[in-house]
Design a protein around this ligand. Structure first.
Ligand code: SAH
Length: 233
């Protein structure tokens, strides 16, 4: 069970919560003494906490020492993106890192124009990921993996492939609450039907991102944005 996140005005070793937050804990989440929660304040700190008492309309928490919040999404987002022409991947890695992607997997697909990526270009993408992670307040830097042929991908537990020719919209998706989500987006010329079938067989469900054709550098960010919006506080 995921630990409930509780907003507290200030992190102290013992906190007595009343009002709305307490009401939510008692009546919606039905917490009882012993239940573990995650307390966070507005300044980017969070701390493990345990319910010690529920009395009247109030909840008393014993709070461990605060640490900087990781600001990571509830699920690890692995974004598979086809090699793209020119410098387009730089923008995908920059914005994807801001959106909480934990790993970028570069794919060599049938219609990818570039067939490989040089060391210098890969190192640059990794530097961009570091910068974007810092700028957006993330403590974890996303990984940028070496390019991989689409045929070499392993099966995934939960995956989505951006495919314009499917009726399922991304808003209809039932996302998992934890674990990893694998997302995949194609090159300028699109995935071939055989590639979409192969990905589907690996566990990537086809989803469409609206009735327009998006650029190959836009679609992966729409996928990442949908995953980024799974949780705020
Ligand atoms: N020329 C291709 C389009 C490629 S767009 C064609 O007509 O099929 C590049 C990639 O962006 C696609 O492979 C797909 O993964 C994604 N994409 C673009 N628009 C999309 C949409 N509306 N819905 C889902 N995926 C989309």
């Amino acid at each position: 069970m995921r630990k409930p996140r509780v907003f507290v005005p200030e992190l102290a070793p013992e906190i007595r919560l009343a009002g709305q937050e307490a009401h939510h804990l008692i009546h919606v989440l039905r917490v009882e003494p012993g239940r573990e929660v995650l307390a966070f304040d507005g300044s980017g700190l969070e701390a493990a906490a345990r319910v010690v008492k529920v009395e009247g309309g109030a909840v008393v928490l014993a709070v461990a020492s605060p640490e900087p919040a990781l600001r990571e999404p509830p699920v690890a987002v692995v974004l598979h993106i086809a090699l793209l022409k020119g410098d387009k991947l730089a923008g995908v890695v920059r914005a994807g890192s801001e959106l909480g992607v934990s790993r970028f997997v570069l794919l060599v697909t049938e219609r990818s124009v570039p067939r490989e990526m040089g060391r210098t270009k890969l190192e640059r993408l990794r530097r961009i990921a570091v910068e974007a992670a810092k700028q957006s307040g993330r403590a974890r830097v996303p990984e940028v993996a070496e390019p991989l042929a689409l045929a070499e991908l392993s099966p995934v537990e939960f995956g989505l492939v951006a495919h314009p020719y499917t009726p399922t919209t991304i808003n209809a998706i039932n996302w998992p609450e934890s674990g990893a989500v694998a997302l995949a987006s194609g090159p300028e010329g699109g995935f071939t039907e055989a590639e979409v079938e192969h990905l589907t067989g690996l566990g990537f469900a086809p989803v469409c991102l609206g009735p327009r054709i998006l650029r190959a550098e836009t679609a992966p960010l729409v996928l990442a944005a949908a995953a980024a919006a799974l949780r705020c506080l």
